[in-house]
Design a protein around this ligand. Structure first.
Ligand SMILES: NC(=O)c1ccc[n+]([C@@H]2O[C@H](COP(=O)([O-])OP(=O)(O)OC[C@H]3O[C@@H](n4cnc5c(N)ncnc54)[C@H](OP(=O)(O)O)[C@@H]3O)[C@@H](O)[C@H]2O)c1
Length: 223
């Protein structure tokens, strides 16, 4: 698939290199795609860099991996027409830093739904937000693949996301419609709290006793 990953932080670089390693035509989109740092990263990984508008225009799947405060600007730079009708995988967590780290959105809304409102024509799927970037590709946590939680309103878009996650080494759980991002974003906070308390970033969630939708999925259809 042609994949544009927007945001050149740890998450964007990890996922872009991961998708490319599985044979996808992947571009890392940044506001500064020709910075010395990204030119060097591109040379070492073989993944091209581009500006968000060009990357999104050429992509079939767009991955949003920016800081929460940059979501609106990143989508504006990508261009509404360039994400319309496309799978838009939202990896962000709506984090707010006050006296402690917390969600800026929750209970009756979510970051995923916010992204959908900002990109109304896109087929938004929430995924990859419940684990640290270090484990997003080939999560070697022992005892079998951990669970990637996906949520979205478009079944075919979720199936595409499930396949991509499975290729990276995940079992996939379909949490239902995008509203379920109200559940998976707090789950990310549970992951983060454990990382902060222990100083470890080697943990991942596994849902026991539920089928892996990626292996059960036939074309067009995670349920
Ligand atoms: N870090 C993790 O382990 C982890 C795990 C799961 C989910 N997440 C979520 O994934 C997202 C990315 O995480 P990260 O650690 O890679 O974040 P990050 O380093 O804080 O930011 C990622 C990128 O966002 C872009 N960005 C920042 N402000 C922007 C703005 N105003 N407009 C447009 N783009 C802007 C920048 O890309 P350019 O400068 O290249 O444009 C930046 O490199 C966050 O929402 C985070 O909560 C993180």
């Amino acid at each position: 698939m042609r994949i544009a990953v927007i945001g050149s932080g740890n998450v964007g670089r990890t996922l872009a290199a991961g998708f490319a390693s599985r044979g996808h035509d992947t571009v890392l989109a940044s506001r500064n795609p020709r910075s010395d740092e990204l030119v060097s990263w591109s040379a070492s990984t073989g993944v091209a860099t581009a500006e968000p508008e060009a990357a999104a225009a050429a992509a079939e799947v767009v991955v949003l991996a920016t800081a929460w405060g940059g979501v609106g600007e990143a989508l504006a730079l990508a261009g509404e027409a360039n994400v319309a009708g496309k799978v838009l995988i939202d990896v962000t967590n709506p984090l707010r830093f006050t006296d402690r780290l917390e969600l800026a959105v929750g209970h009756d809304d979510s970051g995923g739904e916010t992204v959908q409102r900002l990109a109304p024509g896109a087929r938004v799927v929430k995924a990859f937000n419940t684990v640290g970037f270090e484990l997003m590709v080939d999560p070697g946590v022992g005892g079998g693949p951990p669970t990637m939680f996906v949520a979205g309103d478009d079944a075919a878009a979720k199936a595409v996301t499930a396949t991509l996650a499975a290729e990276l080494g995940w079992a996939v759980h379909d949490c239902g419609d995008l509203r379920a991002a109200r559940l998976t974003e707090p789950l990310a906070m549970l992951w983060i709290e454990h990382a902060i308390r222990t100083g470890q970033r080697t943990h991942a969630f596994r849902l026991l006793g539920a089928p892996d939708v990626a292996t059960a999925t036939t074309e067009g259809g995670a349920s």
